[in-house]
Design a protein around this ligand. Structure first.
Ligand SMILES: Nc1ncnc2c1ncn2[C@@H]1O[C@H](COP(=O)(O)OP(=O)(O)O)[C@@H](O)[C@H]1O
Ligand SMILES: [Mg+2]
Length: 306
C-alpha cells in the first residue's frame, strides 16, 4: 500500500514542454508500435487512426489504443491534451472526423440504436465531476441507469442498489443520503456504485482520485483493484495521479502530440526515452513513490513486459 501519496496531485505538464518532447519522440513511437498485440477476444476497445477536431483545432490525430479485458489501463497526459475528449469520443458523446473505435467488437459510432443500447448496458462511467444528481439520494442515483435500461420491480431494484452500495464500501445508511451530505470520497464511491449499476464489463473513470485526500485516494485505488480481481472488471482510468499509475494500473497509455505516444506496462514507461515520458515517470514525485514503496503494479501476464 502506498504510504507517501502525493499530497497535491498536480502533474499538469504544459503543452510547450510536450511539443519539444514530441520533436524527439521517434523512439517512443517505435516503442509504442512494438507493443505486443493482444488477441482479438482480449481487446474490449480498439481505437485506430482516430481524428477529432473542434473547428480548425485538432485535438486527436491518428490515435490508436487498445483496452484489454481484465486490465486497469491508466490513461495519462498533459492537462488539455484531450484525455476527456477521447473518453467522450469512445462513449459516442463527441463526433470524430476519422478512424474507427470498436467497443466489444462493435463500431459504436456506426451502430444501430439497438446495438448502441446493447453496448451501453455493458459499460459504466464515472465522469470527472462526479456527476451525481444533487436532488436524488445515493440510492435513487444508482437506480437511474437501472430505470433507463432494465425493467425491474422496485423491490429488486432496491435490493440491487443495496448490493452496489455494499460493493463500493459505503455504509448501508448512505443509501438515503443526498450528495451534499457526503464527503468527497463517498461521492466518488457513490458515483462508482452508479457506474456499476448494470454489472458492466468495463468502467470508465475520469480522474477518479482528484480532489481526494491521499488516504482516500489510496483506498479508492485499492477498491478498483479489488473489483478487477473479484468481478473481472476492466477499467479505463484517466488520471494525473502517479500513485494510481504506480500502484493500481496494469498498463499505461500516454497521450501527447494528439496521439498515444507509448502504451504498455509501467516497466515500458520507465524504459521509454521519450523526453516527456521520462520527465513524468522519472521526475521527483515519481522517484519518491518508487523509493518509499518499491512495489509498482505488476504487468499483465499477457504483456510480455518490455
Ligand atoms: N466541446 C468542445 N468544444 C471545443 N473544444 C473542446 C470541447 N471539449 C474539449 N475541447 C478542447 O479540447 C482540448 C482537450 O480537452 P480535454 O480533453 O478536456 O483535456 P484533458 O486532457 O485535460 O482531459 C482542450 O483544449 C479543450 O478546450
Ligand atoms: Mg479531462
Amino acid at each position: 500500500m502506498a504510504c507517501s501519496r502525493s499530497s497535491t496531485p498536480r502533474w499538469d505538464f504544459d503543452l510547450v514542454t510536450l511539443d519539444t518532447a514530441a520533436a524527439n519522440g521517434e523512439a517512443a513511437a517505435k516503442a509504442a508500435s512494438s507493443a505486443p498485440e493482444a488477441a482479438d477476444e482480449d481487446v474490449l476497445i480498439r481505437a485506430r487512426g482516430v481524428n477529432v477536431s473542434f473547428g480548425r483545432k485538432k485535438i486527436l490525430e491518428n490515435l490508436s489504443l487498445d483496452v484489454r479485458r481484465g486490465e486497469i489501463l491508466g490513461f495519462v497526459g498533459p492537462s488539455g491534451a484531450g484525455k476527456s475528449v477521447l473518453l467522450r469520443t469512445i462513449l459516442g458523446l463527441n463526433p470524430k472526423q476519422g478512424g474507427t473505435i470498436e467497443v466489444f467488437g462493435i463500431d459504436y459510432h456506426q451502430a444501430s440504436e439497438r446495438e448502441k443500447l446493447s453496448v451501453e448496458r455493458r459499460w459504466g462511467v464515472l465522469f470527472q465531476q462526479g456527476a451525481l444528481f444533487s436532488a436524488l439520494t445515493v440510492a435513487e442515483n444508482i437506480e437511474v441507469p437501472m430505470r433507463e435500461y432494465l425493467d425491474l420491480s422496485p423491490k429488486l431494484m432496491r435490493e440491487l442498489t443495496r448490493l452496489k452500495i455494499d460493493l463500493v464500501g459505503l455504509a448501508p445508511d448512505a443509501a438515503d443520503k443526498y450528495p451534499s451530505e457526503l464527503s468527497g470520497g463517498m461521492i466518488k464511491r457513490a458515483g462508482l456504485a452508479r457506474a456499476l449499476a448494470l454489472d458492466p464489463e468495463i468502467v470508465f473513470l475520469d480522474e477518479p482520485t482528484s480532489g481526494l485526500d491521499p488516504i482516500g485516494a489510496a483506498d479508492f485505488d485499492q477498491l478498483i483493484m479489488t473489483l478487477r480481481d473479484t468481478l473481472g472488471l476492466s477499467v479505463y482510468m484517466v488520471t494525473h495521479d502517479l500513485d494510481s499509475l504506480f500502484q493500481a494500473c496494469d498498463r499505461i497509455a500516454v497521450l501527447g502530440d494528439r496521439k498515444v505516444l507509448v502504451e504498455g506496462p509501467l516497466s515500458q514507461m520507465l524504459q521509454s526515452d521519450h523526453p516527456w515520458v521520462r520527465s513524468y515517470f522519472h521526475g521527483k514525485r515519481a522517484r519518491t513513490i518508487v523509493t518509499d514503496d518499491a512495489t509498482p503494479a505488476q504487468p499483465m501476464p499477457s504483456d510480455g513486459a518490455a
